[in-house]
Design a protein around this ligand. Sequence first.
Ligand SMILES: [Zn+2]
Length: 292
Amino acid sequence: MPELPEVETVVRGLRAIVSGQTIRAITFRGLPKNASVSPRVSRHRTLHAALTGRTIERVDRRGKNIIMRLTDDVVLWVHLKMTGQFHYLPADHPPDKHHLVIYRFESFEETGKELIFRDYRRFGYHKVLTSDELQTQPGYTDLGPEPLTMSAEEFVALAHRRPRQLKQALLDQSFIAGCGNIYADESLFAARLHPRRLTTTVSKRKLTELFTHLQTLLQRSIDLMGTSVDTYRGINGQVGSFQKYLLAYNREGEPCPRCGQTLRREKIGSRSAHYCPKCQRAPRRSPLPLSK
Ligand SMILES: [Zn+2]
């Protein structure tokens, strides 16, 4: 799933192409499963009626969410989920059954290019609503702070508020927004913290270290246009290159680049964690069941 750096890369690509553009036409080859239109935006409740003729004023990222603000206080909320992608392609691109939504902008006459929302698994969101309504949506309103702009003190305070396993806290979008498996595993590895350690048992100094690693990894990945380990691609089809620098994620069975011990993969909750059993010492005893 695209995480903060990948979504940020997509947002920057979209911003350059669609900001200030008016949507002239939309065609559908299939709908994302999570497509919806609020009756406050269009009584016809179709994406076509809700978006055609409106201008995209700005494109922002919040966590892993893409927020496009259009004229008349209309918001297009996109979440790429597992396999959502945007592509900006010449209109004579080969047909593809996973091209679900195709946008043409006023610039089409000049560029001959269309913006395509492609989603193989179809879990991506495509929701149209007003900005007030966005503020009440679960999955948006409960997002935690942005890791690139929050302070280390704030991170430590949140982590110490209640005990939970580090890995699960980092993945929880209401704890901090935008982190997923890749950057959780890599930052825990960098800080030599076991993914099952409880947040409340980690010192302020070590949590600050973890946070600093997380920020550095996220920023470095944005600079390299994200990590392409699965289907993630930038808007012009470009792959990110941060995967070259992954030290623990997806490397189970390989030697730890620090100590040579074999890296492990372990289920924590419903997700996998990759770590070094020697550099990242297991907590002696976890007072919480593994699944919580
Ligand atoms: Zn190691």
